[in-house]
Ligand binder design. Sequence first.
Ligand SMILES: [Cu+2]
Length: 128
Amino acid sequence: VKVRLAGGVSLAALVALLGTLTATAALAEVTARSTITPTKITVTANEFYFTLSKKSIPKPGVVAFTVINRGKIAHNFDVQRLSKKTKLLQPGQRQTLIVTFKKKGSYYYLCTVPRHAQEGMAGSFIVR
Ligand SMILES: [Cu+2]
């Protein structure tokens, strides 16, 4: 951008323009930052179910799933389509899993301990 300080363009106008550009850039930065702030979701694992504090998000984005094992035996939480899973969590243990959902759709999750999914430890997380 060429700025010509010719007659008619006052310094005040130039300062006002720069101020507007700075404000616009700052707003863009805030907007960009807000879209990458993870949505926090608590996942409770127990025999034999999961309880999610939110079952969906309104658009693609990043989710921080904090998985807590409230049961009496070990469990994990696996979002298979994205190859994201917790370690095998012992009773009382927790782990936060950061998952980026780039596309809308249905994401199956389960506990991969044998038979646990069939017993009820499975479901679908929805990205709208
Ligand atoms: Cu399990």
